[in-house]
Design a protein around this ligand. Structure first.
Ligand SMILES: [Zn+2]
Length: 103
């Protein structure tokens, strides 16, 4: 009986922990990190790298200024909306994976 109660409690605890982290954690660290950076609009896009004095160039491969919000609408990459990032939808995962080694 006690063993059964402890197993139930442990399972409930794991479910509660999983609900406390941002969705997409099951996609792997690199993709999840990219998703979260796109969600909060903080990451190593060229515009912020220029603000932080790591580069003098803030132009994306498409020719636009590469801000974090631009990454969602860049013509050279899979596009998604902020709402897509929340779930995340397949288009948000594709966008996060495209930028994951850059941001
Ligand atoms: Zn672009």
């Amino acid at each position: 009986m006690t063993h059964k109660l402890l197993n139930g409690w442990t399972e409930e605890s794991h479910q509660r922990k999983a609900s406390l982290v941002a969705s997409g954690h099951d996609l792997g660290w690199t993709t999840w990190k990219s998703l979260n950076r796109l969600r909060v609009e903080q990451g190593r896009c060229k515009a912020l790298m220029k603000v932080w004095n790591y580069t003098t160039e803030d132009t994306c491969s498409c020719g636009s200024v590469q801000t974090m919000s631009h990454l969602l609408e860049c013509a050279d990459a899979p596009r998604c909306s902020p709402e897509d990032l929340a779930e995340p939808t397949p288009s948000a995962v594709a966008c996060a994976r495209y930028w994951q080694n850059d941001i």
